[in-house]
Design a protein around this ligand. Structure first.
Ligand code: ATP
Ligand code: MG
Length: 602
């Protein structure tokens, strides 16, 4: 019985619903906050931008991944948001690699990130940047802060610093080195950079307020010593900026207007603003001249939104790295992983992700999205695009005893029932067919309308057949089903619809079908929130998340190109694997079933 529900209409295209970020942007645009800012970079030693063409974009957003892992579905939300806003408001979105940490970053990840953002359908034009390109500016800015009494070198150990930081209810204590003179601080900081000290001997800290109720303002660390080789800067630096220091500067140098980040950075916003304001300050020198700040107004504004939490997956790079390195999956593009590389291989579509981002929206409060919502978005998109084909996943032989041996003929199946202009294709029919094992029951259950001795069904796009008997092996397993067909019942011929049957099953001509590897996936985790409570999230892995079968495919599928997507009737949407499938030797992955069958063993 077909469960191929093709009645669902595509989601209506319409204006993007507003949200709090759009409201802020529209108010800023109305107030002319960023009018007249041309993108030539910031004044001062922002040499990284010299030579870039002026570009009077209205708003400027950025997607700032750290190249220490592959992008995942949570990043897709951020990418769609940042690039989508820039598109909608006639602005630009930068792709910025936040490569301030020398130890974890690799070119492989940079390349994978570029691939994934392009695949999602977004383009940054000439605006691809690396945070490490601003290291010179950041180093100069740190000296500027020291000179103006806003930063000092602390020589306490990490433990001492932690102990003197205070708690949520108790103020912190100032470091014994907090009173160092600007000269002494400058000298120490330059020697840190010159490589005179070992890792951890000193750090540079902002001088803000050890009693602040916001712990992030209790003299946060700006720079630490790291004798490490950076993937782009090589061995040039012996000090590296912390993310919280680097990120606001990156935004300001690129003249980002709206810096969108996830909620966990909300408590960092006061520091973000503090830092940028210190770097825009001007000073009047004793001789009366005014020394300019390093950065110009208007400054970027940080706005936080809720990160995507998706059930049945983990969206943390640390966990994804562990799953890959410990070989719980078969690499970063394993179709079961929630990486974008995995989703692509699985057969998910960029349009499906963009529709998902629209559907979930952006909010200011954390929430969980059911994985089924993402699947629905993929189904809606694939339903539109995917041509229909026939595959038998669990083949059982059906012999039509009254069909002449050696004879064959064509039946015709529509390529897309909702798009008749896509035409029909010939599907060969002959005496011996493959049907699904589950479409036959020797002793039918109540309400079973498919094949059983004495019952008639329609072979979809073909003939009506009546089941007569079955063959069994010594163990009692059914090895073949026998039936007789009605020669005047062929679909599409006059009088064919006078045959009234309740069952309608799909089939393939055994001698024409091609055998192929097909991979069926289930969720990677058994629990909606892997690792919730005290469990180790690895204990929640689903041991049966991948099943490899040898299916039979209709001849038209034999020469599928990698990444061709189809609906296999009654079975869901499938993609020819982009790595393993070759024309002539197809390998298919199931992207998603036809309807939500999770929890029903589907
Ligand atoms: P992780 O916490 O797994 O290490 P991350 O947030 O540190 O991930 P980044 O490379 O820094 O990873 O992320 C780049 C951008 O993607 C950031 O702006 C971040 O806010 C955003 N992002 C990351 N995860 C999510 C998520 N689950 N939902 C929405 N945005 C996200
Ligand atoms: Mg991060």
């Amino acid at each position: 019985m077909s469960n191929n529900k093709n009645t669902k209409t595509a989601p209506e295209a319409g204006p993007t619903p507003s949200n709090f970020i759009r409201q802020i942007i529209e108010a800023d645009l109305a107030a002319g906050k960023h009018a007249g800012v041309t993108w030539g970079g910031q004044p001062g030693p922002a040499a990284a931008h010299a030579g870039a063409p002026p570009d009077p974009a209205k708003i400027r957003t950025r997607f700032p991944p750290e190249p220490n892992g592959y992008l995942h579905i949570g990043h897709a939300k951020s990418i769609c948001l940042n690039f989508g806003l820039a598109q909608d408001y006639g602005g630009a979105c930068h792709l910025r690699f936040d490569d301030t940490n020398p130890e974890k970053e690799e070119q492989e990840y940079v390349d994978a990130i570029i691939d994934a953002v392009h695949w999602l359908g977004f383009d940054w034009g000439s605006h691809a940047y690396f945070a490490s390109d601003y290291f010179d500016f950041m180093y100069a800015a740190a000296q500027h802060l020291i000179e103006h009494g806003h930063a000092y070198v602390d020589s306490q150990s990490a433990d001492e610093m932690r102990a003197s930081r205070g708690t949520l209810t108790e103020a912190g204590k100032g470091s014994p080195h907090r009173g160092r003179s600007a000269e002494e601080n400058l000298d120490l900081f330059r020697r840190m950079e010159a490589g005179e000290f070992t890792d951890g001997a000193h750090v540079l800290r902002a001088k803000i307020d050890m009693a602040s109720p916001n712990i992030n303002l209790r003299d946060p660390v700006l720079y630490r010593i790291r004798h490490a080789t950076h993937h782009r800067a090589g061995d040039k630096w012996n000090v590296y900026p912390l993310y919280t220091y680097a990120h606001p500067i990156e935004d300001a140098l690129e003249r980002i207007t709206h810096s969108l980040c996830t909620l966990e950075f909300e408590d960092q916003r006061p520091f973000y603003d503090w830092l940028l304001e210190r770097l825009t300050e001007t000073t009047t020198l004793p001789d009366g001249t005014v020394a300019g700040g390093l950065l110009a107004q208007p400054l970027p504004r940080q706005i936080e939104f809720a990160r995507l939490n998706l059930s049945y997956v983990v969206l943390s790079k640390r966990k994804l790295i562990q799953l890959v390195q410990e070989k719980h999956v078969e690499g970063w593009d394993d179709p079961r992983l929630p990486t974008l590389a995995g989703a692509r291989r699985r057969g998910y579509t960029p349009e499906g992700f963009r529709a998902f981002a629209e559907r979930i929206g952006v909010a200011k409060a954390d929430s969980w999205i059911d994985y089924g919502v993402l699947e629905d978005c993929m189904r809606d998109d694939l339903n539109e695009k995917a041509l229909r084909r026939i595959a038998v996943l669990d083949p059982l032989r059906l012999v039509i005893d009254n069909y002449p041996e050696g004879e064959e003929e064509d039946c015709f199946a529509p390529n897309h029932p909702q798009q008749p202009d896509l035409g029909k294709r010939a599907v060969p029919f002959s005496r011996e067919l493959w049907i699904e094992r589950e479409d036959f029951m020797e002793a039918p259950a109540k309400g079973y309308f498919r094949l059983f001795p004495g019952n008639s069904v329609r072979l979809r796009y073909g003939f009506v057949v009546k089941c007569t008997a079955c063959d069994k092996d010594a163990a009692g397993n059914v090895t073949a089903v026998h039936c007789e067909y009605s020669p005047d019942s062929k679909s599409g011929t006059p009088g064919a619809d006078t045959y009234k049957v309740k069952g309608n099953i799909h089939w393939l001509s055994a001698k024409h079908a091609c055998a192929a590897e097909v991979r069926l996936f289930d969720r990677l985790f058994r629990e909606p929130n892997p690792g919730a409570g005290d469990r180790d999230y690895l204990d929640d892995l689903n041991a049966d998340s991948k099943r490899v079968i040898t299916a039979r495919l209709e001849p038209a599928l034999k020469d599928a190109q990698p990444e061709d997507r189809y609906q296999f009737e009654r079975h869901g949407y499938f993609v020819a694997d982009r790595v393993d499938s070759k024309p002539g030797a197809p390998v298919f992955n199931r992207a998603v079933t036809l309807k939500d069958s999770w929890g029903k063993g589907g």
